[in-house]
Design a protein around this ligand. Structure first.
Ligand SMILES: *Cc1c(COP(=O)(O)O)cnc(C)c1O
Length: 378
């Protein structure tokens, strides 16, 4: 038995949907992309959705439409996948790293507010491995200081905050459909928004700044001439990917329910081990369980890396907890004076354990048994 840390849930339905789309000969910026966008917007409860090539490009375009530029500061957690901070650098702005909360690992509201300066233009919050950050608290701060709010919801498709799906609450919410996330299109991304101006500009920017989209041109009975209104990008999602995404979206709530069952078994199995801190899910915050992360407290008899090796020896793959950007080489001229002890400690002592759908009962049982054996060897 070899147990991976994650794997996508793809079936013959996704394959058939891609197959059918290929045979229509319309393989990008066509009807499947539009359908995926409409269904995704309906699912989260937003007015609009714009499909993109991945979440990193979604974040980049969000920075642009939010008006972030050189000299501006954007507050974000360092403890996130590095694409979060990179998206701020793409527009020559400066990421200012905020600390996270030590139980939810989500961006700390008080610390973030303390980092606001004259140069701050936006706050980029991250829904850490699917668990929503406190969106309302950040909306309030953004209102008070006249800042833009951007949500890195790469991991949070299907998660909910105060009764609504992530994607509902604000005007630039960026999702990922990388295979490591809960649903996938191979690679892929989406921005949901209720702001029509953003919506129109995002559609321009993802397709070279072109004034006429392919569907309009295709359906027109008169000759259409396109203009290029600004310097745009090629950040398109293909119809083949969208065809997969439509099928994945239909399964999303079921996938989350299955993931929850596994997470609950882990919670139950580990709850009495006093040197493990388990993931939390505060009232009104519903995670999609994109990852199950356990934190080893200082009194753990086995250190994090040793536990990872012990489990690998038993054919169980794990990953380090969420990284910190400020300690990476790409940010080394940057992070010298930055100390984020809670983020660093959380990142260094946590481990992602296997969670995927379908995961057999025996597999869940085996993971639990091996973790307990490694930590409590008699
Ligand atoms: C995965 C991830 C991204 C990047 O998503 P891509 O679709 O791979 O570009 C960005 N932010 C966070 C928090 C992520 O987990």
């Amino acid at each position: 038995m070899k147990i991976p840390v994650a794997k996508p849930y793809l079936t013959v339905e996704e394959a058939q949907s891609a197959y059918d789309t290929i045979l229509t000969n319309w393989v990008t910026q066509g009807p499947r992309v539009q359908e995926f966008e409409e269904k995704f917007a309906t699912y989260v409860g937003s007015k609009y959705a714009v499909a993109l090539s991945n979440c990193t490009t979604a974040l980049h375009l969000s920075m642009i439409v939010a008006g972030i530029k050189e000299g501006d500061e954007v507050i974000c957690p360092s403890m996130s996948y590095i694409a979060t901070a990179n998206s701020i650098k793409y527009v020559s702005a400066t990421p200012v790293f905020a600390e996270v909360d030590s139980t939810t690992y989500n961006i700390d509201v008080t610390h973030a507010e303390r980092l606001i300066t004259q140069k701050t233009k936006a706050i980029l919050i991250v829904h850490q491995i699917g668990l929503p950050a406190d969106i309302d608290a950040f909306k309030e701060i953004c209102l008070k200081y006249n800042l833009k709010l951007i949500e890195d919801a790469a991991c949070a498709a299907g998660s909910s905050y105060k009764g609504n799906k992530i994607g509902y609450h604000s005007d630039l919410v960026c999702f990922s459909f990388h295979p490591r996330k809960v649903i996938t299109t191979g690679d892929g991304g989406m921005i949901t928004t209720n702001n029509e101006e953003y919506y129109n500009r995002l559609k321009l920017l993802r397709q070279h700044g072109m004034s006429v989209n392919d569907r309009t041109r295709h359906n027109s009975t008169t000759v259409v001439r396109e203009d290029y209104l600004e310097v745009g990008y090629n950040y398109r999602l293909t119809d083949i990917q969208a065809a997969v995404g439509i099928k994945q979206l239909e399964k999303l709530d079921w996938i989350i329910a299955e993931r929850r069952k596994i997470a609950e078994r882990y919670n139950e199995a580990f709850k009495n081990i006093d040197f493990i801190r388990l993931p939390v899910e505060p009232i009104d915050y519903i995670t999609n369980w994109q990852s199950y992360v356990i934190y080893l407290k200082a009194n753990s008899p086995v250190k994090r890396n040793d536990l990872m090796q012990l489990l690998l020896d038993k054919c169980i793959s794990t990953r380090r907890g969420v990284m910190t950007a400020h300690r990476e080489i790409a940010y080394k001229n940057y992070g010298n004076n930055i100390s984020l002890p809670i983020s660093e400690n959380a990142s260094d002592n946590s481990i992602v354990i296997p969670l995927f759908v379908p995961m057999k009962d025996e597999e869940v049982h085996y993971v639990i048994e091996q973790i307990i054996n490694a930590l409590l060897p008699d």
